[in-house]
Every structure is written in C-alpha cells, then in structure tokens.
Ligand binder design. Structure first.
Ligand code: MD3
Ligand code: FE
Length: 200
C-alpha cells in the first residue's frame, strides 16, 4: 500500500454514526445535494454532492473549483459540524483547520471513476474521509493512472487519512453494496472528506 495511507476501521461507533448522520441530514435540508457535471462535456456526475465549511468543491461544464456559495441555492455552505472538526484535530496532524467538507451521496448504482484530487493549493495537508451507510468498494492506486491498484471495502464508521504520497494517488469507488446498511435513507452511502484548500 502507498505511503501516507491510514485506515481507521470503525473509528465512529454505531451510536456516533447515527448522531453524525442526523447532524448531516439536518444540514442537507437547507443545503441539498445536487448533481454536478463534468467539465467540458457537461455530462452529469454519478454521485450527487454538496459541501460544508467556508469553501466547497464544485464541478460544472466550466471546470472544477472551490467556491463559498452553493451553486443552486446561492447560499453559503453551512459550517462543518463539531464532530468533524474534532476528528480533524484528532487525526490530521495539521496545524490549520479544514476549509471544506465535501459531502458525496451515493445511490445503488453510483460510482466515482479513478481520479486524483488536485484542486487544493495546500498540497501538504491530508484529506480525511468518513464513510457512513452502505459499504463501498474503494480502489487506491499510485501516482500514475496506470499504477497498480488495490481494492478494499469501506464500511460505515470507517475513517481514511490520505497524507504523504497517498494524497496524490489515483483512487475511485467502483461500486456500492446498497443492502449493507440502513443508516442512510434509501440504502445510500455518504462520504465526507475534510480538506484544507489554501495554504495557512
Ligand atoms: C485518496 N471520495 O471525494 S474517500 C473524493 O468514497 C473521493 O467518496 C471517495 O475520492 C468517496 O475525492 C473516496 C477516500 C479518499 C478521499 C480523498 C483522497 C481517498 C483519497 C485523496 C487522495 C487520495
Ligand atoms: Fe477523490
């Protein structure tokens, strides 16, 4: 496995997972997940998303970027909840707070193609990921698209920290196992990724 990858299975207990999902679902009422589009082609994304925090990642026909406002509601993204700020302090080993929490919402057939996360200028900061709800088949490769990959299942409550070399590695989600959890409505999966966008 690539340097800088840390896997903390069941970091959140079932009770903590329920509490976190309740908080996030509450925030999604005024800050809904929406379907972004691929740059250039405008092809709709398979995964719906929204964000929490002062900045949010968006993808549309014009490109990928971070911006302070929800593209459909025009409102500021809500603050990152305390449980997630506490997680960052506990595991990120990074002096400055996260600025964005991307909320990815997967349904039964959703997938996320192999990609690298390169829209953040704070390249020394890790990405911290939390999985909630149905299990996912996650794939992590290396620094090039053709590097060998390894697959693992990410389950509800698992935390993954991507620092070092892993921060620049190709990765994706090949499938969701929609019967594997009832935590998220519709057997869905929510992935939360905490990110530092700009250098402190
Ligand atoms: C490896 N999310 O939001 S989480 C993404 O399950 C993303 O929704 C996936 O890839 C998901 O960009 C995977 C684990 C993860 C997150 C960020 C990474 C792995 C990563 C950044 C660099 C390398
Ligand atoms: Fe990613």
């Amino acid at each position: 496995m690539i340097e800088g990858f840390r896997f903390l299975p069941e970091y959140f207990s079932p009770a903590q997972q329920r509490a976190l999902v309740m908080v996030v679902l509450g925030l999604l009422e005024e800050n809904p997940v929406y379907r972004g589009a691929m740059p250039r082609t405008g092809k709709p994304l398979s995964v719906r998303n929204t964000n929490l925090g002062p900045l949010g990642w968006v993808s549309d026909i014009k490109g990928y970027r971070y911006q302070p406002l929800h593209p459909e509601t025009g409102k500021a993204w809500p603050a990152i909840p305390d449980m997630l700020m506490d997680l960052w302090r506990d595991v990120a080993n990074y002096a400055a707070p996260p600025q964005a929490c991307l909320v990815n919402w997967y349904e039964a057939g959703s997938r996320l193609g192999l990609h690298i996360d390169a829209d953040e200028t704070a390249r020394d900061a890790p990405v911290v990921s939390v999985s909630l709800g149905s299990r996912a088949l996650f794939r992590l490769g290396g620094l090039e698209r053709t590097s060998p990959t390894s697959s693992m299942r990410l389950a509800s409550g698992d935390v993954v920290i991507l620092g070092g070399q892993a921060r620049r590695a190709y990765h994706g989600v090949d499938r969701i196992y929609p019967e594997s959890s009832t935590l998220v409505p519709g057997g869905g999966r929510i992935n939360l990724t905490l990110r530092r966008v700009t250098a402190p």
